[in-house]
Write a protein that binds this ligand. Sequence first.
Ligand code: PMV
Length: 311
Amino acid sequence: MIITSAPAKVILFGEHAVVYGQPAIAVPVSSLRAAVILDPAKRPLREIHLVAADLLRNSTVQPAEVTQALEYAVEVALRALNLPDIGAIIRVNSHIPVASGLGSGAAVAAALIKAVGMGADRPFDQEVLNQLVYELEKQHHGTPSGIDNTVVVYEKPVYFVRDVAIETVPITAPFSLLIADSGVSAPTKIAVGDVRKLYESDQARVQPILESIGQIARQARQAIEAGNTAALGVLMTQNHQLLQALRVSSPELDRLVEAALSAGAAGAKLSGAGRGGNMISLVDAENQECVREALLAAGAVRVIVTTVGAS
Ligand code: PMV
């Protein structure tokens, strides 16, 4: 029996602008994972079972679509191995909410492809795995920057610039985030497509917004490396305002950001493609509980705490 897994991720800075060549920073959420159990079968049988309560509750992702995506991930792995098939019963068990900016698609794909490689006794190295998961992301999202697959595969905080070598970010002082789900599912492809339309219709206004987001990501990297958590919070909130200007926030996300800030969070922003999905807020041990309650009172359907840089 082979067991593999991959973590969820959150984007701390730079979503959307990263598609246009600006830097972004994303971190793994190691406590929230997609797992795959692969049982080699004696005969050439391939069955894929999915255990992911969240997928079946979610209205924008149909189970048939999900099954197809899983099958396709296995196909991509087999093709890379030059194998016609694999005899196995594969169980996918994901705790990562879907269509909410937490990288669930990339995590499930990474865990599946890893399992198929190990099942065939030819484990993929991380670079190849990253490439294969990126192929799948392209199928699902159209023009992904590649940030999701990179964080999920390497499971390290990354400073990511499209088509440039991956850089990991050392965390000098660990910091805690509350990840709050707005309860609205929002496919990445639509938000990314709308930003593209906005960019094409009004480049003179949109380009400076993208550049300002890039500048924030650069400053944030310095703040993280210097262990300057207070500066990080301010930058997060500024990043959210720029995402509002790109029209990818929503009333639900704005309400959660406001609630977190009013309850004492050092900073807050939407995370991922926006329109729905999750937002993140920077908290400390003193205000964490108060911010969590404020988020739930403001409509969050789930709040997860994660510490970035915890060993
Ligand atoms: O998959 P999500 O919802 O975390 O969003 C991806 C981030 C975007 O910058 C909006 C798109 C991309 O491909 O980088």
